[in-house]
Design a protein around this ligand. Structure first.
Ligand SMILES: Cc1ncc(COP(=O)(O)O)c(C=O)c1O
Length: 502
């Protein structure tokens, strides 16, 4: 095969680009090969001659050729020159997206529908991807006032936190750079064990504590390990929609577990409930209704779970914040049959961007969860675990928690006073003064989904209660207000503005 002319017509070099000339030349030749503009087996110009044609240095051409030789696009035969590799397959359409510099990549033509190379989602993948659909109204740029699950970030002791980060950063060692135990850094697991014993009445050994990327990950992992597709799960109705979607994505068939003023009522479930493999509950502060599960209901549920050999997820996301009475100890601490999977979140205790929480599993399943964590879990970065450890071990978490309780209480008071003042006959508060949100039933004839759109249009992020409904009961028509992330003044002014859209 004769020599190809590889001049300025085929290769275009642009000295204004950030991409070095040898890289541009390499990409140009590679593209010409992949697009079959250079035939398999054809000879390339000698380096000196191409350099002259393109008005660049010979070294630039040598560098580009060397790279193409190393990657197998070209072959060199001593004495006879450099050739396009004859053995490259002809159908190289698939490679189209992989070439081009970052600058050029952005300008590449998309693959046409006829090429049809998009990977297809599995049925499971479609379940997971569908979970967000229709859940949220579209929010414009807006303050996060009334967002759910966000503590008073403006009161977070950033100075203390950054000092711990600095100290830890300075003390970093080679040990801190390698792979770590997937289930979490043991000193932090010990600290969480002590903390939850003291403040939540948890009974556990540090080995039972797994450091997670938050409760959401804990729910996903636990359901993967406990459920087969089609297994029945009893789920609070109404109940936390993200937990519901995580369970559904893992194949759960959900049965409603009714919630009233005393919390979830296992007694109200019919016989189909008896086949349940798992129960999901938020006993300390029910999400979204905000009620606290009574001690009778707790004992009843644990007894029922023991008789039917059902596991229990206790989602204890914001229980340390209780304003009218001391927080009620956890369900896990009452469970003598060791079937409770206890989940806590540092998103509410510290801040959501931390992305950290903990899962406390029954001792009989520690080994299984350790194995699973190596495959699908893995705890957050060692550095952040160490910082959190120091924050707890030096007593900052306890101090922070006590301070936040007062601050959140003031914000909560501002919310209920404002609702009482501006919306007395439109909203009726339900649940207890606790946590970081308060829910109100709508007393007028307006669906919550319509109201939250109107509220979003004036810049506030309130959640519709119906999003959390399993049965679409007319009772589940309400608004869920987060009150952690606004000053009392902001909250009061916000409710006043919201009142105008009713
Ligand atoms: C009931 C409930 N569980 C869990 C979470 C999420 O916790 P995490 O941020 O640790 O995933 C939230 C967040 O607001 C929640 O409301």
């Amino acid at each position: 095969m004769g020599k190809v002319i590889l001049g300025v017509g085929v290769i275009q070099l642009d000295r204004r680009k950030k991409t070095p000339l040898h890289r541009q030349l390499y990409e140009g030749i590679r593209r010409a090969i992949l697009e079959s503009k250079l035939e398999r087996g054809s000879a390339l110009p000698a380096t000196r001659s191409l350099a002259k044609q393109l008005n660049i240095s010979r070294m630039t051409v040598v560098n580009a050729y060397d790279q193409l030789l190393a990657e197998g696009y070209l072959t060199a035969h001593a004495g006879s020159g450099t050739f396009v590799n004859c053995n490259l397959p002809d159908d190289v359409k698939m490679a189209r997206f992989s070439f081009g510099s970052a600058e050029e990549g952005a300008a590449m033509a998309p693959i046409s529908a006829g090429d049809s190379v998009q990977p297809k989602l599995s049925a499971r993948g479609r379940r997971v991807a569908a979970t967000d659909e229709g859940m949220r109204p579209t929010y414009k740029d807006q303050p996060a006032l009334f967002s759910l699950g966000i503590p008073a970030l403006d009161e977070f002791p950033l100075d203390v936190w950054t000092k711990i980060c600095r100290d830890r950063g300075r003390a970093i060692s080679i040990f801190g750079l390698t792979y770590q135990q997937a289930s979490g850094w043991m000193p932090l697991r010990q600290a969480i064990c002590e903390f939850t014993k003291l403040f939540r009445g948890i009974k556990c050994h540090p080995e039972q504590v797994f450091v997670t990327a938050g409760i959401q990950q804990a729910i996903d992992l636990t359901s993967r390990l406990l459920l087969d597709t089609g297994d029945t799960v009893l789920f609070e109705d109404p109940g936390y929609w993200r937990a519901r979607e995580a369970l559904k994505a893992n194949g759960a068939a959900l049965l409603p577990l009714p919630v009233d003023a005393n919390g979830a009522s296992i007694r109200s479930c019919g016989p189909p409930a008896e086949s349940a493999k798992l129960i999901y509950i938020t006993p300390s502060h029910q999400f979204p209704l905000g009620v606290t599960m009574s001690i009778e209901r707790r004992i009843e549920l644990l007894d029922w779970a023991r008789r039917h050999d059902t596991a229990v997820i206790e989602d204890d996301y914001d229980s340390v914040y209780s304003y009218s009475q001391p927080p009620i100890p956890s369900l896990q601490g009452l469970d003598s049959s060791q079937r409770t999977f206890y989940m806590g979140s540092l998103s509410k205790l510290l801040f959501p961007a931390l992305g950290m929480g903990y899962l406390i599993v029954p001792s009989s399943l520690v080994g299984a969860f350790e194995s699973a964590f190596k495959i699908v879990g893995r705890s957050p970065s060692l550095f952040m675990q160490q910082v959190v450890h120091d924050f707890i071990a030096h007593g900052h978490l306890e101090r922070h928690m006590r301070r936040m309780r007062k601050i959140h209480e003031q914000r909560h008071s501002a919310l209920i006073e404002a609702i009482d003042r501006f919306l007395p006959d439109k909203l009726q508060l339900v649940g207890a003064p606790a946590g970081l949100h308060r829910t109100a039933r709508i007393l007028i004839d307006q669906p919550d989904t319509v109201l939250i759109e109107k509220i979003a249009n004036i810049g506030f992020k309130v959640q519709a209660l119906s999003i959390d409904s399993l049965t679409n009961s007319p009772d589940h028509n309400g608004l869920v207000f987060g009150f952690g992330c606004g000053t009392p003044k902001d909250i009061s002014a916000g409710i006043r503005r919201i009142a105008a859209v009713f």
